[in-house]
Design a protein around this ligand. Structure first.
Ligand SMILES: Nc1ncnc2c1ncn2[C@@H]1O[C@H](COP(=O)(O)OP(=O)(O)OP(=O)(O)O)[C@@H](O)[C@H]1O
Length: 255
């Protein structure tokens, strides 16, 4: 499934953030959105997550304009997106419960009812998906640990597992490793790779140019109120067309 923003623009309290932004993510690809603080990376991800509607432009899934669709369809489409924020946001329960939560809230209620019945019969029904997701982030043996006992890096890996557990079509990753050490960062980057090998598309907002180089197939540079450059990572980092993009990726633009 392709998630696409077309000619999206938005202003907060009369202050434009960006205009005419178009970006698509296809199955299996990682698109990095890089740009200085305040450029609107999070705002763009929030539109792609269907959290809110942009002032201008459209957001569509496989050609279906999300905000033109009936609300019930929109809720269904929203379930096809997994989101990982900068902060893990786990609740006070064990690791497995936290990951399972993703499965429960994202699935239609009829399927959840199936889980409840399975639970009443003494079987969880979601164990396989939980274990697989934890395995992706190297925490398969930590399912029973309490979330409160995790390090920040481990908590963020659980948050990633929670987002992939129900097999979304698209993952939106908003600075998922900006607070993490290199080892935990590498685990998450590897998990992104493996999730995309399974056909999940990902949009990664990051300050970390090296991360974008390592992980992204395509890169969009969001700067000065718009996407000033978008293309294969190699080209955007190697020979961008836009002079501001060149300076930005070279670390010569100071904001
Ligand atoms: N809900 C809001 N109300 C008012 N202004 C907002 C709101 N959300 C974002 N903004 C403003 O929009 C601009 C873009 O913010 P956004 O968080 O999308 O940038 P960003 O590129 O993600 O920044 P960072 O890299 O620091 O996270 C900023 O000037 C911010 O202050």
């Amino acid at each position: 499934m392709t998630l696409r923003a077309d000619a999206v623009g938005h202003a907060f309290d009369g202050e434009p953030v960006f205009s005419n932004v178009s970006l698509a993510v296809d199955p299996g690809e990682v698109v990095a959105v890089i740009g200085p603080s305040g450029a609107g990376k999070t705002t763009l991800l929030r539109f792609l997550a269907l959290f809110e509607r942009p002032d201008e432009g459209t957001v569509s899934f496989d050609g279906t304009d999300v905000w033109d669709a009936p609300e019930s369809d929109r809720l269904g489409l929203r379930r096809r997106v997994g989101i990982v924020f900068q902060e893990a946001g786990l609740f006070d329960a064990d690791v497995a419960r936290n990951v399972e939560y993703g499965l429960r809230v994202r699935r239609p209620w009829s399927e959840r009812l199936g889980d409840e019945l399975a639970g009443l019969l003494g079987r969880n029904g979601t164990n396989g998906a939980v274990r697989e997701a934890l395995d992706l982030v190297g925490l398969a043996d930590d399912a029973d640990r309490s979330a409160a006992s995790l390090s920040g890096g481990e908590a963020q890996r659980v948050s990633f597992a929670r987002a992939v557990a129900y097999e979304p079509d698209v993952l939106l990753l908003d600075e998922p490793t900006s607070d993490l050490d290199p080892r935990n960062t590498a685990v998450i980057e590897d998990a992104v790779d493996r999730a995309c090998d399974r056909g999940i598309g990902a949009v990664l907002a990051t300050h970390d140019m090296n991360q974008a180089r390592r992980v992204a197939d395509r890169v969009a540079v969001l700067l000065d109120g718009g996407v000033i450059e978008v293309g294969p990572a190699e080209r955007v980092f190697g020979s961008p067309d836009d002079e501001r993009a060149r300076k930005f990726v070279a670390g010569e633009l100071v904001y």
